[in-house]
Design a binder for this molecule. Structure first.
Ligand code: SME
Length: 160
């Protein structure tokens, strides 16, 4: 598990700065997926999903290939479970989780972090890795902080 830069605080600061210079959520989240993909070698596919009614819809993403899971019903897959419960899912071995919806044959582990406003889950960050047990507690803490920054941007943009 070797990232090019494993300075999570530094990357979080860069993301916070990007938020200040981004006009729209799409613009901001596009920059975030670029930064995460560049900075962390164990993040092989990064995507934002947004809650639209009872479904998660794919937003900005970065990775070697596209996923067929553009829409995921809430409650289905690791993504749907994390959104329905509002809790981070850190799956060290996706082959051992019966909820897993396969996207890429190379994926071995996955982390899904909900993005929450003060009242509800509005979306999530989904990351796949080709390494087993790729995501540490530090990754989870870092990604939960990124999710908070995104939630704050989302709520400000919508005047909430
Ligand atoms: N594996 C996810 C589906 C999304 S793809 O990883 C991009 C899941 O089980 O919900």
């Amino acid at each position: 598990m070797t990232g090019k830069h494993l300075n999570y605080n530094e990357v979080l600061s860069r993301i916070q700065e990007c938020g200040k210079s981004s006009q729209h959520l799409q613009d901001f989240t596009r920059k975030i997926v670029e930064i995460l993909y560049e900075e962390f070698e164990h993040y092989h596919w990064i995507g934002f999903y947004w809650v639209r009614g009872d479904v998660l819809e794919l937003g900005e993403w970065k990775g070697k290939s596209a996923t067929e899971h553009i829409k995921i019903p809430l409650g289905q897959g690791i993504c749907g479970a994390a959104a329905a419960a509002g809790k981070t899912e850190n799956i060290p071995d996706v082959t051992r989780d019966s909820r897993y919806l396969a996207c890429f044959p190379s994926s071995r582990s996955e982390v899904v972090v909900p993005i929450k406003s003060s009242i509800k889950v509005i979306g999530e960050i989904d990351i796949d890795s080709d390494q087993l047990s790729a995501f540490t507690d530090e990754d989870v803490r870092f990604l939960e902080s990124v999710a908070e920054v995104v939630a704050s941007f989302y709520c400000t943009e919508r005047g909430q």
